[in-house]
Ligand binder design. Structure first.
Ligand code: SF4
Length: 352
């Protein structure tokens, strides 16, 4: 543990997260790819299942989700979609907390995932026992957790937020004079605090993908492409966010590519998002924000290794075998559902 002397806080030392190598999938010939896609389509129908994919997964999975009546979305929309679709089985191509959230909101449905080992550095870096103890030490704070957390951590919180809704929720709590304990992404937390002036304390977690974007290299790239708009996800470090023309959730960044007049964009988020960006803005030039500084090397290189664990191969397998079902006990789901529904209700009121 380290002490933040300014605020007299004990900041937990979080476990080091081991980042796996990006999985390599066997290459498929055009015929094999077509056959595997047809097989998945047939299995989805047979199993009364729908595919819900995140923007960071492989483009083939994203396209297949849309072709088969499923959805490609950010984690907030993924959670909402499952509650409105009539399918009995939700197949979540994403990372584990997304599958858990789907299960929590759809307890009567079967939720499958291509790989249960697909986790997230934010979730891994926020183990329940350590987190609960941090909350207990600051019992006068409202606990707000990012969606990228386990069901147990969510159950210990007052509010769950996604990057798309974090800002208005924190503003709402701050306007009520609440002190906020924020977990687990420190960069998103600091960004939200800067814009709202909220009284917040932070869990020191980060996303291994966004953490690697480099401000100095980004400045250099902008000089080479002076007309490019810089789009940054708020899980990125402050110095990267400071250079952004648009800071926002995956959905906000996709909308920016579609609506801004620029023809070039430098994008600081997982490059899986380029699949949807190319769809909504064909002809525009998309550049990856640099992930290496002087002498450094990237681990994830703007491509989440856990998201990469989803492929057509293991998608077909879970549909065939029923393996990799997400299970959350009814008791835990009942507790974790409360802060998630609070967020969804808030989002619905905001839309009105
Ligand atoms: S991109 Fe970052 S936040 Fe998203 S799943 Fe991967 S590690 Fe987690």
């Amino acid at each position: 543990m380290i002490t933040d002397s300014k605020r007299k806080l004990i900041i937990p030392t979080i476990p080091q997260v081991i980042v796996p190598p990006h999985p390599e999938w066997p290459p498929l010939s055009p015929q094999e790819l077509k056959a595997l896609k047809e097989k998945v389509k047939m299995l989805l129908k047979q199993q009364n299942a729908v595919l819900v994919a995140h923007y960071y997964t492989d483009g083939t999975l994203q396209d297949l989700a849309e072709e088969t009546g499923g959805c490609v979305a950010d984690s907030l929309e993924m959670a909402r979609f499952g509650t409105t679709h009539p399918a009995h089985t939700l197949v979540v191509a994403g990372v584990r907390f997304m599958g858990e959230t789907s299960k929590i909101l759809n307890n009567e449905k079967r939720v499958l995932m291509p790989d249960l080992g697909a986790t997230c550095s934010l979730d891994e870096g926020c183990p329940y026992e350590l987190f609960a103890s941090f909350c207990d030490q600051h019992a006068d704070h409202i606990v707000v957790v990012y969606a990228n957390t386990s069901a147990k951590v969510k159950a210990r919180s007052d509010w769950v937020v996604t990057s798309g809704i974090a800002l208005p929720i924190i503003r709402h709590l701050s306007d009520q004079g609440k002190k906020i304990l924020w977990a687990p992404d420190k960069h998103l937390g600091h960004y939200v605090q800067k814009l709202t002036g909220a009284d917040m304390i932070f869990w020191p977690g980060s996303c291994v993908v966004h953490e690697e974007f480099r401000a100095v290299a980004l400045e250099r790239l902008r000089k080479i492409h002076p007309d490019a708009a810089i789009l940054v996800h708020p899980e990125s470090p402050e110095a990267v966010i400071a250079q952004a023309d648009v800071v926002g959730s995956t959905t906000a960044l996709i909308n920016a590519v579609a609506t801004l007049p620029n023809m070039e964009f430098i994008v600081a988020t997982d490059k899986g998002i380029f699949n949807k960006m190319r769809q909504v803005a064909p002809g525009k030039i998309l550049l990856e924000a640099p992930t290496v500084g002087e002498g450094a090397t990237c681990q994830s290189c703007a491509n989440c290794p856990w998201m990469g664990m989803n492929s057509l191969h293991n998608l077909a397998k879970v549909l065939e075998t029923g393996e990799n079902e997400i299970l959350v006990s009814a008791e835990l789901a009942d507790k974790a559902r409360i802060p998630i529904l609070r967020m969804l209700d808030f989002a619905a009121n905001l839309k009105k």
